[in-house]
Write a new protein. Structure first.
Lengths: 343, 261
């Protein structure tokens, strides 16, 4: 009798503990490898959409998905750097669109050679990013407020400079639309813009993981005061991050002109949320110091795959936003859970 | 200079710091001698933190002088103090929780690979930093850590403190300043950190220890600097005074003895 009495209680207890440790192990795994979750989501999504519509997993369609996500991916790359420092950039779309309008204006109305127009456009985007960085580090305003203000300012300047008119790609020098040119690889059509995008991700993956600057970006986002006390010039790090992000947005603007074969002042309204979505889906924490650019590339692909896949599956456009929104909430909840990891 | 006392390694004379209308410290002095653990105690608001921050370059005093090995120094920021050989472990630990132990040990002074990789591509020498980090941790007898690539946030409070102390001991060439190193620790871990502090001193680095924990102070300190109302009230030793006497001086219940050392 006593034997059975003693034998019964440990069994459920043991089961509960095993269940706990499984969840904990998953938590630890995701904590150590933050890109694992997004990668799983991407693979499952690709499999599911391939089953739903056979056209999805075809070379022409996959080329289209990649071309569609290229601009967002580059913008999200800059956004990742800023979010890693526990900031946020709401002016990303405004900087990109304004830069593209400036490039087009330099090349057409002002008649500058293509290379000069491009360089001036890149300088302008970098300067806009630097302005954000200046306001964040010197005037000590929260990034949310700074970029909310510059968002409005850049969009309004954009309207003034462009007269709200679209510049056609055929009126611009070839260099401006070169990023939209494709090279065929089998049935796959890769744009130069996508190649530039992938190179940029490689460069920043290296910079974040293998240089002191990268360590400092993480440390600054992790704990600003601790980083400062450890001797890191956090203001310099923050300023560099906002400035580099501005340059990336301007490169995104160049790719955008190639993608649309025009420079339009009226695109880019969705770019802010799309870029933040890609970063968050990629497993980078909005609280800073955690994540990376590899996840963002996956995050951007998830957005692209969902948009395209839902469309092919016959889901109405209005519900695509719904699905993406749901994904974001799940990703952020997951991030919160992972951050609660205990040793 | 009185008699046989050597030149202080670190000396503060008449340090004053005001924040708006609040005077944090007013004409405060401090002397740290070679090979000693100097504890700094005082009630909340006595000016311990401001005094320490002035010595570590975290605040710039409004007036007063700081001497390192008898030479006047001016610290404009924590980097200046570090460059001069003063390492500080702050109460907030100043570790980046998401980075690993080796990254944290070298945070702010990362080493690059030799040659083109380091110069042009600015590539970090991770392998070398890990080896060095392991050596430093072993030297201080903190060998319990299995993985030098472990994120600091996965460590216990005592282990984190050990990482912070190891960093200061590894890079501090003149002085190590520890701000409340045992405050958040349990008894066992606290004792381990105290042993770590003795080890640092025994390796020849003088230590300034700021603490509220009287038993800890009396256990490891060679001399005890009592700060009160923004000034140094006196300096005692664990043998010359009892804990309750020290507390009485600290709170103003007793007159400080004319200070000898």
């Amino acid at each position: 009798m006593t034997v059975t009495k003693e034998a019964t209680p440990p069994t459920p207890d043991f089961e509960v503990r095993q269940h706990d440790s499984l969840g904990l192990r998953l938590q630890h795994l995701l904590h150590g490898n933050p890109t694992l979750g997004p990668l799983a989501v991407l693979i499952v999504a690709i499999l599911a959409f391939s089953v739903a519509n056979t056209r999805f997993f075809s070379a022409p369609n996959l080329s289209l998905v990649l071309a569609q996500v290229t601009v967002i991916a580059v913008l999200a790359l800059g956004q990742t750097l800023i979010i890693l420092t526990a900031g946020i950039d709401l002016s990303v779309g405004a900087i990109a669109v304004f830069s593209s309008i400036l490039m087009a204006t330099f090349a057409t109305r002002m008649g500058l050679p293509g290379i000069l127009a491009l360089l001036l456009g890149l300088v302008a985007g970098t300067a806009m990013g630097a302005l954000n960085g200046f306001l964040v580090t010197r005037i000590k305003l929260p990034p949310f407020i700074v970029t909310l203000g510059t968002l409005s300012i850049f969009f309004s300047l954009n309207a003034v400079v462009s007269n709200s008119e679209t510049v056609r790609g055929s009126d611009m020098p070839g260099l401006m639309t070169w990023t939209g040119t494709t090279i065929p690889i089998g049935g796959f059509r890769l744009t130069y813009g996508s190649i530039i995008m992938l190179l940029l991700f490689a460069v920043f993956f290296y910079a974040l993981s293998s240089t002191a600057w990268g360590r400092h970006v993480y440390a600054t986002g992790d704990d600003l005061e601790a980083a400062r006390l450890a001797g890191i010039r956090t203001n310099r790090v923050l300023f560099s991050v906002y400035t580099v992000a501005g340059l990336l947005y301007a490169i995104g603007a160049w790719i955008l002109i190639g993608r649309l074969a025009s420079a339009s002042p009226n695109v880019g309204v969705d770019y802010n949320l799309d870029s933040i979505t890609a970063v968050v889906l990629g497993g980078t924490s909005l609280f800073g110091g955690r994540g990376g650019v590899l996840g963002t590339l996956i995050g951007a692909l998830i957005v692209g795959v969902f948009r395209n896949g839902l469309q092919l599956a016959g889901v109405e456009v209005v519900w695509q936003g719904f699905a993406i929104g749901l994904l974001v909430l799940v990703a952020v909840s997951l991030d919160q859970w992972i951050r609660k990891v205990k040793s | 200079m009185t008699g046989s006392l050597p030149t202080p390694v670190l000396e503060a004379r008449g340090i004053t710091k005001r924040y708006g209308r609040v005077t944090a410290i007013e004409g405060s002095d401090l002397q740290l001698y070679p090979g000693e653990i100097l504890a700094v105690i005082g009630d909340n608001g006595a000016g311990k933190s401001s005094l320490i921050k002035a010595l570590s370059g975290a605040v710039i005093p409004d007036s007063g002088e700081i001497y390192l090995d008898g030479e006047r120094v001016h610290f404009r920021n924590p980097m200046d103090a570090r460059a001069a050989g003063i390492e500080t472990v702050y109460q907030t630990l100043a570790v980046a929780p998401g980075l690993d132990i080796a990254d944290n040990l070298f945070l702010g002074r990362e080493e690059r690979k030799p040659g083109v990789l380091g110069k042009v591509f600015r590539m970090l020498d991770k392998a070398h930093m890990r080896t060095e980090a392991r050596r430093h941790m072993n030297e201080l007898g903190v060998a319990t850590l299995q993985n030098i690539g472990q994120a600091v946030e996965s460590l216990s409070g005592g282990q984190r403190q050990a990482v912070a102390v190891a960093r200061s001991a590894a890079f501090g060439s003149k002085v190590v300043i520890l701000d409340e190193p045992t405050a958040a620790l349990g008894v066992k871990e606290g004792n381990r950190v105290l042993q770590l502090i003795r080890d640092v001193r025994d390796r020849g680095l003088p230590v300034i220890l700021i603490s509220h924990n009287m038993p800890h102070v009396f256990e490891v300190a060679d001399r005890i600097h009592i700060q009160r109302l923004g000034r140094r009230a006196t300096v005692i030793t664990p043998t010359s005074h009892s804990m309750s006497e020290a507390v009485a001086i600290m709170t103003g219940a007793a007159e400080p003895p004319p200070h000898a050392a």
